[in-house]
Write a protein that binds this ligand. Structure first.
Ligand code: GRF
Length: 215
């Protein structure tokens, strides 16, 4: 919820093109999300997300990740925590961030880190979930916004949106349809959090007024 004198602050972490970041930033611009993006960090120097942020005048930094392939090393994780804390972020938004965050990071921002995943969790956690869905032959898949815990795509679910798998879908067409659904779902979930409409009881997340659910 907005702190009396200032807007609700988001810190966004991403590794890729940043279309979800753009969707959230656009929703903020039109007043649909009562928040501001205070900082964007990426572990990929040339990531589109950094360019998108800079073109909007939002502070954006490359975060060298260190020696590991799937996570930040200790120094990098400490640098990320320090930058996010210095900016006073209320919520850490993972938008295509391809590295696992460790306990120290998650402990610092306990209950304040969210992620979007391109499937209806708990189905198809992990990489390339849309490929997994297509290969499995499900007829409905979708996307999920969830709190981040120590597991892989396993935290409490805030919102989900369903996407049909159509006859003749390719990996690309299905991924594109899921992406479009993400661009509606993620801003809606961030808005609910910024408005203080979200409560968590164990695994069960409640959103006042019904919130962002299967569309
Ligand atoms: C999205 O499909 C999201 O579900 C996954 O990474 C992708 C990021 O896409 N976690 P973008 O960089 O926001 O376009």
């Amino acid at each position: 919820m907005a702190i009396a004198s200032r807007p609700f602050r988001l810190g966004v972490l991403g590794s890729g093109q940043g279309s979800n970041f753009v969707a959230i930033a656009d929703a903020i611009t039109v007043g649909a999300v009562p928040a501001e993006v205070a900082l964007v960090l990426s572990d990929v120097a040339e990531a589109g997300i950094l360019a998108h942020a800079r073109s909007r005048g939002i502070p954006a930094s490359f975060l060298p990740s260190g020696a590991f392939r799937t996570r930040l090393d200790e120094k990098a994780e400490r640098a990320a925590v320090a930058a996010l804390q210095a900016t006073g972020v209320d919520l850490v938004v993972l938008a295509g961030f391809m590295r696992v965050l460790k306990a120290e990071f998650l402990g610092t921002f306990a209950g304040r880190v969210i992620n979007i995943h391109p499937s209806l969790l708990p189905a198809f956690p992990g990489r390339a979930a849309w490929k997994q869905a297509l290969a499995y032959g499900v007829k409905v898949t979708g996307c999920t916004v969830h709190f981040v815990d120590a597991g892989v795509d396993s935290g409490p679910i805030i919102g989900q949106r369903a996407v049909p798998v159509l006859a003749g879908d390719s990996v690309e067409t299905l991924h594109q349809r899921i992406h479009a659904a993400e661009h509606a779902l993620y801003p809606a979930c961030v808005a609910a959090l910024a408005r203080g409409e979200v409560t968590v009881c164990g695994r069960v997340v409640s959103v006042a007024g019904g919130g962002p659910v299967v569309g």
